[in-house]
Design a protein around this ligand. Structure first.
Ligand code: ITT
Length: 192
């Protein structure tokens, strides 16, 4: 089985992506001895994805690696929380508080349009490649479902009535931002 390092501290991302990249064994950060928080200081989603992949290649005995960064972009909030999605309500990565902040800001808002955007950055043999995936949808007025993670309980993808948190991982993977980006990565790896 082929192996590749996926630079994430988020086990939900690892689980979703492993199901799609089934020809690969994904090596997590713990397996390469990286237990520190990787800096994410770029003002863009793409910049942060690249920063995470670069950090691993520059600091560990790893040649090939990919990372991803994801943001929820709410139209009525001018694209917020966007690149700040993980820490929207403060420094701790508190998904529940982040959701509360979004719902509060949208309280009197009729425009509930939003999208998730994932950028995957791959470093392969010293070259950089990026892949993007977007899913449009709406923000509900309340949380539904217990699956998924992050903003999933309030995000209903276009054409669906259930939130991502009401779907199985396989169902989310059929349509999600992350799946769209990872399918491009998968095709690239097969072709190269
Ligand atoms: P990394 O170690 O990969 O950086 P992270 O959890 O810090 O993991 P991000 O920096 O990409 O991830 O932060 C994005 C935040 O957006 C994340 O903390 C979640 O709250 C949220 N998020 C990301 N993907 C999501 C998804 O598929 N569904 C719902 N919320 C998501």
């Amino acid at each position: 089985m082929k192996k590749i390092v996926f630079a994430t501290g988020n086990p939900h991302k690892l689980e979703e992506i492993q199901l799609i990249l089934s020809d690969y064994t994904l090596i997590g950060l713990d397996e390469i001895g990286c237990d520190e928080e990787i800096p994410e200081t770029s003002p863009t989603i793409q910049g942060n994805a690249l920063q995470k992949a670069r950090y691993v290649v520059e600091n560990y005995a790893v040649q090939n690696c990919f990372a991803e960064d994801t943001g929820l972009e709410v139209e009525a909030l001018n694209g917020e929380p966007g690149v700040y999605s993980a820490r929207y309500a403060g420094t701790a990565k508190d998904a529940n508080a982040n959701i509360t902040k979004v719902l509060t800001k949208l309280e009197h808002q009729t425009n509930r349009a939003a999208q998730f955007r994932t950028v995957v950055a791959l470093i392969l043999e010293g070259e950089i490649y990026t892949f993007e995936g977007i899913i449009r949808g709406t923000i509900q007025t309340r949380r539904t479902g217990t699956g998924g993670f992050g903003y999933d309980p309030v995000f209903v993808p276009e054409g669906e009535t259930r939130s991502f948190a009401e779907m199985s991982i396989a169902e989310k993977n059929k349509i999600s931002h992350r799946a769209k980006a990872i399918l491009q990565l998968k095709k690239f790896l097969v072709d190269s």
